[in-house]
Each structure stands twice: as structure tokens, then as C-alpha cells.
Design a protein. Sequence first.
Length: 441
Amino acid sequence: MDSAIRSYRRKRFALILILIFLIVVFYMKICRTGSPTNPKKEVKFNSSVGNYIPSSDSDNLSFNGKVRRGDNLFTILSSENLDNSLIIEIISKTGEIYDLRKIKAGNNYLINYDADGFQSFRYDIEKNKYLELFRVGSGRVEGKIVVIPYEIRIELIEGSINGSLYETLTNSEKGGGELAEHLATLYEYDIDFNRDIRKGDSFLILLEKRYLNGAFSGYGKIIASEFINRGKKTSVVRFAADPGKNSYYHPDGRAVKKMFLRCPLPFMRLTSRFGYRRHPVTGFSAAHNGIDLGAPRGTTVRATADGRIYQAGYDRIRGRYIVMSHGNKYRTHYYHLAGIKKGIRRGKWVNQGNVIGYVGNTGRSTGPHLHYGLQRSGRYLNPLRLNSPSREPVKKRDRERFNNSSGVIFTLLEIGKSNILNNSLKQFIYRSALEIVGNNI
């Protein structure tokens, strides 16, 4: 064991030396050029959705609009009084390269005209992707789908909790709500963000940020993160055990994912605990074989573990309910649902995290909530005290590769905390170090 630790420390020390060497090279580059070289690419179009530049040529006209509910390509083009034969040609060409059923309300489109009439049609599929139909010299219509590559920057985000995780990130980061969901999903096996989080808890996230024409456009993958909750630090790192199969692990190689989620709801309040209680409807004291989670009607209910639907139905006590059967003689119970998701029936296999129903107030219930129960070998357990077993850890054959990769990444977290290095230098170090890690993340 001591020799393994010494070997790991030697490898980590070597990785740190490599990073120091890269810093020296970078500074030498600055000395020669005066600033880091970052050639600019020519931008040939404006990719901001709905932000189109009008032509100064009086013979050219443009019209932009939004797809309305119930619109399709025919109604959009017909509203511009285009010739029916031209509309049919445009629709035919579009159908060859794009599924017309995917045209969505709220997305932007642009129609250009010149002195000869229709010139081009553009439909924004996504932020960085659009469909374009245009006339060529012979007058026929051609089409293509254009994808604008994102600029990916590796950045470090750190902060302290003030309120909820969602409030903290939305107040401090663009698109913070999206990031809060990513982070909550990453830690949902270890931290209950509904009940466990406290003011002053802190986090550190090394991640990808996407930029389009220099403007922030969303988040990519989280590479590594640390979260300190009530003084306890939980670290996670991304690692590809097999090519194309990325998962998250703790530094010791344990999988972040566990057999059971801590909670079947994305957010809730605990309204009744496990054990004996006075029933709010009958008034009698009896064993409460689960926990009650208050949430608005219609809140999605997720399967807390992989398994098969054992029962799905309705009775006057449980209301609409689902019982799932899992490995190792476990069963989970979900009662008082407003509805059961379409397709959920006895014998169907469901993966952990899949939506199976919706919070309601059916059966013997005094308000919208979910009763969640957990059994093993027929005996009811307190879901809040379950020490859920982890899924498969890093395999022995991948252990050295994992140690090397995670060693580099956690070193980057430490570098990111430094106030000595500027952001340009940190970006260079991040990119250079992650090139060393390669496909391991």
C-alpha cells in the first residue's frame, strides 16, 4: 500500500512539473510576441437568433418573423404570397435535408428578396444551426444545413451558498439555472439539495463554457467539481472508462451513481417522516411505512432505481400508485399520483431517473404530495437513512489511467483557485493539461 501511495505521489509531482514547464513556455511566448497569439477567424454571418442586418441595397428586401403555433413551412411561405410552384419546390427540397415535422413554434425565420423575387429562406433550428434554402444561377432551389461551431473555453466557477443552490447560481452566473440543474444532478446521490444545504456551503466547478461570436451561449460538460456541505467535501471527476462512455467518479474510484436516488422528486418539502404517527385523515396512530414529500400538483416523479413495474393502478387508499421491483429484493412505492405516465404498466423496464408519474392528491390524502416507500425482503426501510450501494467502481485495468487523469484535473482545480495567474494564462494551462488527459474525460 505504501509503495502504491509513493508511486501515485511521484506521478502527481511529475504532472505538476509538466504544468510548470508549460507556464514557462507560455511566458517565453509572451516575451517574443508581446501577447498570447490567438488568431481570429473571419465571421461571415451573424448567428444571433432574430438579429438580422438589413441590406443597404434598395433592390434587396428582407422579412424576419417567428414561427407561430400551428404554422408549418407551407403556411409561412404562403403568407409571403410566393408562387405555389415555388413553395412546392422549396418544401420538396427542404424535405430532402430536414424533417419538416421538427419546425417549432417560437423559432426565427428570414426570407430574402432581390429584384428578381425570392432569393433565400433561412430557418433557425438551434442557436448554432440553421436551415437555408436559396436560388442558384439556373433558378432552381438548393438547400443546406449550416452548423456554426461553438468556441469552447475551460473555466472555473466558485461560490458560496446564499439561499438555495438555484438562487446562488442564477444571481452570479449567466444561465445559472441550467448550471444549478447540472450540479444538482451530479450530487443528487450524496447531497439532498432540498434539506441538507446550508448557507456558507461552497462549491468549485471546472467546466466547459460555450461561446458563439464571442457571446456566452451555454454550458458544456462539467470536468470536475468540489462541494463542501456542512464541512464535508465531496469531489467528483469525469472519466471515460471505455471510449465514448463517460461517467463521474470520486477520487478513490467509487462511482458517483448509486443504486438509489436520494429523492424521487426534483424539489420538495418533507411533510411526514418514517415511523409511527397520527394519521391526518383517520386520526389513529399507526406505522407510517414511508415518507411524505410535499410538492405542487403535476411535479414529475422519477424512478429512484432501475427496475420493473410490479404494479400500477388505483385504489381508494393509495389513489393512483406505482410499485417497482428492483434487484437485491428491493421494492419502491409511489402513492397519491395525479397521473401515471403513458406507457407505464406491469412488467415494463424503467431506468433510474425516468419519469413514471406526477404528484397528485388521489386516494386518502389531505393535499398534493407523494408518499414514497422503500422495502427490502418485505420489510419497510426509512428512505432517508438508506446507505445506498455504489454502482461499479473504476475497473482495476483502468485504475492507473484514472489516477493519472484525475491527478491532472484536481491539480487544475488548485491552479484555478490562484489569484496570481490571470485568466489568459489559466486558459492556456487548462487547454494544455487537458490535451495531456486526452480522451480520458
